[in-house]
Design a protein around this ligand. Sequence first.
Ligand code: EPZ
Length: 442
Amino acid sequence: MDIFVIRGGTPLVGSIALAGAKNVALKALVASLLTDEPLILSGVPLIRDVALMGELLAGLGRKVIFNEHTVRIEKDGKDSFQVPLELGARLRTSSMVLGPLLARRGEAIIPNPGGCRIGARPIDRHIEGLVKMGADISYHSEDGYFHARAKKLTGVTYEFPKNTHTGTETLILAAVLAEGTTVLRNAAQEIEIDDLIALLNSMGAQITRSDTREITIKGVPSLHGGAYSIMPDRNEEVTFAIAAAVTGGRITITNSQHEHLEAFLDAFRKAGGTAEVEGATTTYASGGALTAVDVTTAPHPGFMTDWQAPWAVLMTQAKGSATIHEAVFESRFSYVPELKKMGADISFFDPPVENPEVFYNYNWSDRVPGFHPAIRIAGPTHLHNAVVNITDLRAGATLVLAALAAQGESYVHGIEHLDRGYEAFETRLSQLGAQLKRINEE
Ligand code: EPZ
């Protein structure tokens, strides 16, 4: 188990390019199952989850060849339709192979998906849509697998009960080869979905965003291979923007995704941060004294749930009392006790909410007893060094940001969570001036 030793207090200054978007690359790899022809993806981030997905595809009869940030996937003779439990349990997106396997093989056995420990993360909305398209799916608790079959998938009109990013993508991946037309209503609008749609259309699919929160997919007999370049990761941009602000530095993102970060840029500028857009670049800095700004997370185009953890660190450095209301996942504040070890003044509370069953994006029945959906941060506080533990990906980046802002030397445990979603995080932070080294604990 690796840890980061971080000496805080150095302003981060310099230019950096975003890696490819994790939440596109993983689905693009799954899309390779929809054709027997080679698919070449470039701009793929070199992160553990992508390597794991490569292993998963190899187990399903694909040859996956990585060359730097490009990966070539082609058919490899073997033809399995079962995802091993240990693999599926480590990768939230493992369940997404349901779509392509049912569409082309008529059969799939997949484990209950894992991913970050930020809640139950069920896939009931994925299953409901696939069943409507003609799949027969049952969960066998005795072996921990979903067993799915479908003679053929037929196009349907399906309305999601609530927003689901990967649920929308799973149904798109199932519908592209289905018989007839599928219309998805109350479909997610996360921009990563549009990149997946562009990839699939480049492979011969016929998918359009036919209305607000509506996607229409005309089934086609087959998809061909091709080549596609993955969009940069906007979640990384938020992490580096906040790194600049909390260390009193100045960071330029050379392949900025500012056009997909409006909700973040609004809040960041309101808090006193500066974000200067110039062509393809955006330069972030603290802009002097920061002031508290409340945020409530929401599906795109709202303030993304992936941004709230790093935002909390920014608010520890802002004057006043800031609230963060997490409305997407039912337990995504694992970083709070760790930030408090560093001197942050954070308390939990329950904001009054009309009709919470509808307001919260998770299934109300999944809420964790005793969990509070909001925190209040009093600032500014001087963060000091501590020994902290990472439990999930975005919380991990948060603790690194806090350690970079804190005085003294901090020890951050659980770096494997960071390796899941941030490419060469320590190297890139060091290039910006961070005093940080990775040591192996064993
Ligand atoms: C995707 O997760 C992303 N992951 C998440 O990023 C991101 O935070 C999230 O979308 C919101 O944008 C990937 O794309 C791999 P949801 P996903 O389905 O699809 C509940 C990161 O750090 N729900 O929109 O799992 C669910 O439990 C990750 O990169 C159901 O109850 O999110 C959650 O509370 C973290 N039943 C809420 O809805 C379902 O069938 C939103 O989930 C599906 C979802």
